[in-house]
Design a protein around this ligand. Sequence first.
Ligand code: GDP
Length: 296
Amino acid sequence: MFEGLSDKLSSILNGLTRRGALTEEDVNAALREVRRALLEADVALEVVRSFTDKVRARAVGAEVVKSVSPGQQVVKIVHDQLVEMLGADAEVISLNAVPPVGILMVGLQGSGKTTTTAKIARRLKDRENRKVLMASLDTRRPAAMEQLAVLGKQVGVDTLPIVAGQSAVQIARRAMEAARLGGYDVVMLDTAGRVTVDEALMVEAAEVRTATGPHEVLLVADALTGQDAVNTARAFDQRLGVTGIVLTRMDGDARGGAALSMRAVTGKPIKLIGTGEKVDALEEFHPSRVANRILG
Ligand code: GDP
């Protein structure tokens, strides 16, 4: 049977005879397991290092509280540190700006960007009673534009009519104008994705950003891509100034490592998670739940 990190830490540390405080030796033994578990959960190496350093600083010399075992105590320190690094409070999408509020959706092709755009639009419409307009800026892939239109019908959210021959910036401007005229609260701009981060993609998205001044720039990233997701997040953030991350495929086998890595590397909050293919499979991000998942 798979043994979770919590069990492993308990079995290592509970064998110790009780001494007043946790020694560096005790903590190092535990940290070897923590490091292994984080790497198994696909947390980036640099993040594993800074994480274990922080846990060491908190744990060495900590008095063992009488009511708990040393194992439980270290599990708690690891849990608390995970929650802190994941971002203690769940953040929500901010609409606190003059309408129509722009939300720019960026990310690699296949990350779930278009599906997530529709999921968020649906949520804003149903839960917050907002009038939302969606527009696809993927001029190279007519199928992506069609996909957004189909999803729009499915969730009951308007999509900007497709006009052939326009550039991404032209479509984005037209979307903002249509939203102004039509009294929309929110405009969701679904930018083109590529299989890898490329220069043309970044230049185009940056131009759209400048032209429309979105209030949120949400990076959609696939939780299953692990370490790659970190490099992607860094590249998008450097070029576009990401305001939040939506992590998709959290329904899969991912143990949450990508969440920890992306948050640590970009410092940007994870705002929502995708938990399935259906349009209602979108949830708030709860750091404590992800911490428990990593702890196993
Ligand atoms: P895009 O190329 O980034 O726009 O990606 P799509 O939105 O077309 O999504 C690619 C595939 O991933 C589709 O089959 C989606 O249904 C699926 N997908 C998106 N989000 C999730 C998620 O959170 N969980 C699962 N299991 N599948 C997802």
